[in-house]
Every structure is written in structure tokens, then in C-alpha cells.
Write a protein that binds this ligand. Structure first.
Ligand code: DON
Length: 304
């Protein structure tokens, strides 16, 4: 497969594509990011990699971090995590409170905000220093010890995080939050603030394409069965109320973030990250989706 030519074609085709939409303003630090950033990085399972544009510039990974924390929660919390969070698509926006009341405070899945807050609660219960542990995990799977939280972004979200504050307190009232709400929010805002480039994201997501093993060292970071299950949840829930659309257009398990990043994987083949900050109404990068749609059309390599 001539990935180099295909990525060149995508870059050229989308050079003047106007996705519309906007950068998120409910996290003021993210509203400062230049809307015309655009980059893509693809890692093949054999280590070959291809890229263009702003592929090496770090941005706020936001909800993409929910995949990392789920992987850690599966590792340290085992099967019992599924008593606290479900695995069904929500069909509602990522920050919705609606379903919780009727569903006893059990979030539909670990990728909506409510679900990831429960996962944060589980990690705080299971780990002595969850922030440190998450950072170590991400550094190891991306083979890059320089990855850091962005404290400015975390603080920016903290001052405006009314929805998440409401969600965690509401779930606490319904009995599905065990730890202190402030500790959970602090961990959650930090996980979302992780700053990574498309290159680092594509490399780190290789564990999901490679049966739980890292790309360079082949170290088993999660079980093959965990990778399979997390991929299934990415496929059905990774884009919230746009999960069907992403499956329809792209045909890969993936995860988006309001920083404008999307990562998608093809098990046994490749992992790919794209970044373009303008978001559509569902909070997903429109140009990023378009780039991935082109990728799977031109390669003929989607999972379907
Ligand atoms: O909790 C929030 O609202 C943000 N920190 C993350 C949301 C997000 O990335 C949704 N994804 N597209």
C-alpha cells in the first residue's frame, strides 16, 4: 500500500476544504488555538510511518484521554468496572445529564463525560497516585518521556467546568461516585489536558491495533481481549451522538476530542491520528473526519 502517496493526496485534496464549525469556547485556553492547524500521522504495524502538516505539534487531547483511562481501569479494576458503567451508545451529547436519572446514575458508556468521571473515580480508588500512573502509562505506550499535562488547560476547564461538576455531584447523589468530587474533577481535567501530537497519539494507540502490545518494544500493556473490547466501545461510542456517522463514513474504531484530534485504528494494520481544531455541532473535528473518510476510501482498508 502506498501510504505516502495516499497521505499526499489527502493533504492536497483538503488544502482548501472549509469545514465550518468553531473551536470550543467553554474551555477558554482551547479557543486560543489557531483554527487552520491541520496534520495527520499514520503508523503501520511494522513501524513504517507517514505524515503531513502539523503532525508533530502538540495539542490538547481532551476526550481521547478517555481511552487511556479506560485501559488503565480495565487493568487495575478488572471486570467489576462494568457494574458501574455500561457499554451502550448514548445517542446524546458527550456532556448530557439526561439518561442518568432514569438509569440509576450508571452512565451509558465510558466515553461520555459521565462515564469517564466514573472511570476516574475507579482509578482514584485503585491507585495510590493516579495522575502519575496515567502519565507513566501514556509515556510508555507512546515511547516518549516528554509527554506532560498542560496545567493551564486543566485550570481553564476547572474554572468553567459546570457541566462536569454537575455530573459528578449528580452521580454521587445516585450512589455511583465513591471519592471526593473535587479529587475526581482534578484528575479528569488533568487527563483531558494531556498535550500530545498526532505522531505521539498514533504511536500510543498502536496498543489497540496490536493486541495490547507497544509498537517498538512489543511489551504487553493490556490483554488482547481488553484491546478487542475497548475497540468495540470506540466503534460504537467513540463519537457520542455521531458514532453512527463516523462508522458509516470512516469504518474504523476511533475516538475524538474537543481539542480537534481524532485517533482511529485498524486492528493488525495501522493506527492514525489527525488534528484540525474546528468542531462540528457534535463536538467532533469535521476536517479530521473528512481526512479519515478519504483515508479508508483511498486505501480500501476499513474494518468493514
Ligand atoms: O469534559 C469536557 O467537556 C472536555 N474536557 C472533553 C470533552 C471532549 O473532548 C468531547 N469530545 N469530542
Amino acid at each position: 500500500m502506498d501510504y505516502k502517496a495516499i497521505l499526499n493526496a489527502i493533504e492536497k485534496e483538503l488544502e482548501h476544504f472549509d469545514p465550518g464549525g468553531k473551536v470550543p469556547d467553554y474551555i477558554p485556553e482551547l479557543a486560543k488555538v489557531s483554527a487552520d492547524k491541520f496534520g495527520m500521522h499514520l503508523y503501520c504495524i511494522n513501524g513504517d510511518n507517514f505524515y503531513f502538516g502539523d503532525h508533530d505539534e502538540r495539542f490538547s487531547i481532551q476526550s481521547i484521554s478517555k481511552v487511556f483511562t479506560l485501559a488503565l481501569a480495565k487493568k487495575y479494576g478488572g471486570k467489576k468496572i462494568w457494574k458501574r458503567v455500561d457499554v451502550e451508545p448514548s445517542g446524546d451529547p458527550f456532556n448530557s445529564l439526561l439518561q442518568l436519572e432514569k438509569e440509576n446514575g450508571i452512565p451509558r458508556n465510558p466515553f461520555i463525560n459521565a462515564g469517564s468521571l466514573v472511570i476516574a473515580d475507579i482509578l482514584i480508588s485503585e491507585l495510590e497516585n493516579p495522575k502519575e500512573c496515567l502519565l507513566e502509562f501514556v509515556r510508555e505506550i507512546s515511547d516518549d518521556p516528554t509527554i506532560e499535562y498542560d496545567d493551564k488547560v486543566a485550570a481553564s476547564e476547572q474554572t468553567n467546568g459546570y457541566r462536569n461538576i454537575a455530573l459528578v455531584n449528580y452521580m454521587k447523589s445516585l450512589g455511583n461516585i465513591k471519592n471526593d468530587a473535587d479529587d475526581i474533577l482534578d484528575f479528569y481535567f488533568h487527563q483531558c489536558s494531556l498535550a500530545m501530537s498526532c505522531c505521539q497519539l498514533a504511536k500510543s494507540f498502536m496498543i489497540f491495533a496490536n493486541e495490547g502490545k507497544t509498537l517498538r518494544t512489543s511489551k504487553k500493556m493490556i490483554g488482547a481481549n481488553s484491546a478487542k473490547r475497548i475497540n468495540a466501545i470506540m466503534q460504537t461510542c467513540g463519537f457520542y451522538d455521531e458514532a453512527g456517522e463516523f462508522s458509516f463514513r470512516v469504518g474504523l474504531p476511533g475516538k475524538s476530542g474537543v481539542g480537534g484530534g481524532i485517533v482511529a485504528i485498524h486492528p493488525g494494520q495501522y493506527s492514525v491520528a489527525v488534528w484540525s481544531p474546528l468542531l462540528n455541532e457534535k463536538g467532533n473535528s469535521e476536517k479530521g473526519m473528512k481526512a479519515l473518510e478519504e483515508l479508508t476510501s483511498l486505501t480500501g482498508l476499513s474494518i468493514f
